[in-house]
Design a protein around this ligand. Structure first.
Ligand code: F6R
Length: 614
């Protein structure tokens, strides 16, 4: 989704900081970019369709150098095609005001009519431009920039984060406001910064303030003041961020996705090791979270998530029902929020999210809370909205994930689900200390097993399989039981980054229809692990093979490997932990296929990293 940055500095030279910030936020996905600065009292704007390089080329004349106030934006089009005209910043009629925006102004059509009647001429097709005109009009009537922003925003409906600058406002150079999508602000002794994502602030400081919905922040060089939309001062706590600026660099890897796949041995260790109590055969979450009393009160769990995080939640359902005997429902957050759901007493809503800012997941969780659920979350972003709004928090500690296709965040979410299932099972007495210890030992061994899966010979083998299958007509990923969601995730990964058609399916369901699609052009990737459904999956592989499909077996089930003919051998682990190991070769397979097809792996077309609109 759109990236927002802004800076005001006592010393000159804000343009470099804006471009650096936009570069850091590139991973969120965008189709155009732009900056506005105030130099010598004049507003100067440059914006360009396409990659940031196009904007940098447009800045080569040096006209914007030396300004000490500015805002920058990467746009992910919602209203109006990607173009120079529709790129942000947008200006009001007088040219005094420039505004950047993430989100949607829902009542923009009626405001547009009003402004047209007022003689305003629109230069773009965006909803954003309307608000630039509204602010401009308020300022023309004598309001200061912060008051004009508050007055304009009181007229709009929707979800948005905005940042605004205006000429002739030396006292209040930079104003931003939040109603939905995230905004983070920070003041240092001689400057102040804002960004839509904490990574955008890390090059300058690790002490940040997360704005809440309804906040308006006024930033000066070294100052920061937060008010509500009525202008009343509000206090917001400063948070210290553990991530370092270097964490979000490529560090010599060709793609973030490959870098992040290789971080998984360490990530899994960070998610799990310090939370294991091997003496007691239990899991201890920091700050007494997920304690016995709270867990014993849980009668049902409602998982709410989107995309990859939803797949982690589906694995969580098998784990929690299997180990803790608590019934679990899993729903797309975007469906849950509009289906008038019924929640029974004792329900814990469990949101799973890498970013903690996904609009659908946040809305669904808020609805569950309204309906009386206790709210827990598994999340990777410590200061995110999801974390701040939850009663119980389990952080995955995967570090910043930049690749649009989620990899390390997913396996960390699954590991967190294992921890939660053990904690619940122990609190409820459905899981013995010995069985919990077996699982914890299994988790501890994962690091070495993942390292093996990432070793050169295994990677080479996967790369050679990728070569054989990169031109397949289509893919089916099949799995059953706890590995069914792994198949869904394998298919999602492949389609996201290689643009090949891939479907994830419950292996036992193939014979009820989709098997009609099987022919020699189709590749069937079957995920299997020794356990209750292993032999069933093997028969399902036989069914597709006998109809001409080309089968590739992934996992540690020798019978499946034999039937399939081609295989990726995965080290053996407890069946409940097998989704973590089985996911890793699927990530690599997608990566290599996408690479062979010449796809832009870290910036797949049409995708955004953090989906902060509905
Ligand atoms: C796919 C992917 C998305 C996200 C989804 C939820 O690789 O990354 O499907 O999983 O948009 O995002 P978060 O986890 O940030 O809520």
């Amino acid at each position: 989704m759109c990236g927002i940055v802004g800076a005001v500095r006592r010393e000159e030279g804000v343009l470099g900081a804006l471009i650096e910030g936009l570069r850091v936020l590139e991973y969120r996905g965008y189709d155009s970019s732009g900056v506005a600065v105030i130099k010598d009292g004049r507003m100067l704007v440059r914006k360009k369709e396409g990659r940031l390089e196009n904007l940098e080329a447009a800045l080569q004349d040096g006209a914007l150098e030396g300004a000490s106030i500015g805002i920058g934006h990467t746009r992910w089009a919602t209203h109006g095609e990607p173009s120079d005209r529709n790129a942000h910043p947008h200006q009001g009629r007088s040219g005094r005001v420039a505004l950047i925006h993430n989100g949607i102004f829902e009542n923009y059509l009626e405001l547009r009519e009003e402004l047209l009647a007022d003689g305003v001429e629109f230069l773009s097709e965006t909803d954003t431009e309307i608000v630039a005109h509204l602010i401009d009009r308020e300022m023309a009537q004598g309001l200061s920039l912060p008051d004009a922003v508050r007055a304009a925003l009181r007229r709009v409906q929707g979800h948005y984060a905005v940042a605004v600058i205006a000429e002739d406002e030396p006292e209040t150079p930079l104003v931003c406001a939040r109603q939905g999508p995230p905004l983070v602000v920070a003041a240092t002794p001689n400057a102040a910064y804002l960004a839509s994502d904490v990574l955008g602030l890390l090059p300058h400081t690790n002490k940040v303030v997360y704005l809440e919905d309804g906040d308006v922040a006024v930033l000066g060089a070294g100052t920061l003041q937060v008010t509500d939309f009525a202008g009343q001062k509000v206090e917001r706590e400063e948070h210290q961020i553990d991530w370092k600026p270097g964490d979000s660099g490529l560090g010599g890897w060709p793609h973030y996705m490959l870098k992040e796949i290789h971080e998984q041995p360490d990530v899994l260790a960070r998610t799990t090791l310090e939370r294991m109590d091997l003496d007691k055969g239990d899991v201890v979450i920091e700050g007494g979270q997920f304690g016995n009393e709270a867990m014993r009160a849980v009668q049902r769990i409602q998982v709410l998530a989107c995309g990859t995080a939803l797949h982690a939640g589906m694995i969580g359902r098998y784990l929690i029902e299997g180990l803790a005997r608590v019934p679990v429902d899993v729903d797309f957050a975007s469906e849950f929020r509009y289906r008038n759901p019924v929640l029974t007493a004792g329900t814990m809503a469990l949101a799973i999210s890498q970013s903690g800012e996904t609009a659908d997941t946040l809305a669904a969780t808020r609805l569950a809370k309204e309906l009386g659920a206790q709210v827990a979350c598994i999340c990777n972003s410590a200061g995110s909205t999801q974390v701040r709004e939850a009663d119980e928090v389990l952080l995955t500690h995967a570090g910043p994930e930049i690749g649009v296709a989620s990899t390390k965040a997913f396996t960390a979410q699954v590991a967190a689900c294992v921890l939660l299932a053990i904690r619940l099972g122990r609190a409820k007495g459905t899981l013995s200390a010995d069985r919990a210890r077996e699982l914890l030992h299994g988790l501890r061994n994962l690091r070495e097993q993942i390292e093996h899966l990432l070793s050169e010979p295994v990677r080479e083998h996967i790369r050679s399989l990728a070569k054989q299958h990169a031109r397949a007509k289509g893919f089916f990923f099949l799995g059953r039981g706890v590995n069914f969601p792994v198949a869904l995730e394998g298919a999602l990964k492949l389609k996201e980054i290689s643009y090949m058609h891939a479907e994830g399916y419950a292996a036992g369901e193939m014979k009820h229809g989709p098997i009609a699609l099987i022919d020699p052009g189709m590749t069937i990737v079957a995920v299997n692990a020794p356990g209750v459904v292993a032999d069933k999956v093997r028969s399902n592989i036989e069914q597709v093979k006998s109809r001409g499909g080309v089968a590739l077996s992934v996992g540690s089930h020798q019978g499946s490997h034999k039937i399939a003919g081609q295989c990726i051998e995965v080290p053996e682990t407890d069946e409940w932990l097998s989704p973590i190991l089985n996911s890793i070769p699927l990530q690599l397979l997608s990566y290599y296929i996408a690479d062979l097809r010449g796809c832009d792996i870290d910036k797949p077309r049409n995708l955004a990293k953090s989906v902060t609109v509905e």
